[in-house]
Design a binder for this molecule. Structure first.
Ligand SMILES: C[S@@+](CC[C@H](N)C(=O)[O-])C[C@H]1O[C@@H](n2cnc3c(N)ncnc32)[C@H](O)[C@@H]1O
Length: 189
């Protein structure tokens, strides 16, 4: 897959956060369906874990770049989706999601990144020069509501909307906060 980032700069590298509330498969599927991903689209799964979102993304025919920093999870992703890696429908990249190179062609993001790096990630998404069409990000619901109310990112060309709200039982173990999906959509110029 030619769009696979080949390297990364450490200048914005984040301290890794390994803690994890595992997203249930039915909810992962619902998120991908709600995002409206179409066959052939390039989608980044940032903080892919062991592939909760990677699987339904591949199932709908997307080409996926799974970005994950944890070495053990990277190994599990490559094993679990070996056929898709062999077919070049999936690239698993072990790199810091705050420091990897964006694809050159149009792409989407569908991701459940660590809450602890939500702000720098959104800042990076909305301030970079790239061809992102739409990002669907699982975040604390309070953050989603705040960003939608304030339309942060609007100045840089993105509209914020609340795409989905998830119940706490969508995760194992249940998180201590409510979670929702923030959708960033590039505005037409
Ligand atoms: C909230 S979990 C989501 C896992 C999976 N996508 C899911 O929905 O169940 C976030 C993932 O991001 C990974 N991670 C943490 N910091 C990272 C970083 N700086 N760069 C890339 N991945 C990171 C963690 O190892 C973890 O697997």
């Amino acid at each position: 897959m030619s769009e696979v980032p080949g390297g990364h700069s450490r200048q914005t590298a984040a301290k890794p956060f390994w803690g994890w509330h595992r997203l249930q498969a039915d909810w992962a599927e619902a998120i991908v369906t709600a995002a409206g991903v179409r066959p052939g689209e390039l989608v980044l799964d940032l903080g892919a874990g062991t592939g909760a979102l990677t699987e339904p993304l591949l199932d709908v025919g997307a080409r996926v770049i799974a970005v994950e920093l944890h070495p053990g999870r990277v190994t599990r992703l490559r094993r679990r989706f070996a056929a898709a890696v062999a077919d070049r429908r999936l690239a698993v990249v072990q790199v810091d999601l705050l420091a990897f190179h964006w694809p050159r062609r149009p792409f989407r993001i569908v991701a459940n990144p660590p809450f602890a790096i939500t702000s720098p990630l959104i800042m990076r998404i909305t301030s970079s020069d790239h061809r992102l069409r739409q990002a669907d990000l699982l975040l604390k619901r309070s953050v989603v509501r705040d960003r939608v109310a304030r339309q942060q990112g609007h100045a840089s060309g993105f509209t914020s909307s609340a795409a989905l709200e998830l119940p706490r039982h969508a995760f194992t173990p249940r998180p201590p906060v409510d979670v929702g999906v923030l959708r960033l959509t590039r505005r037409r110029s």
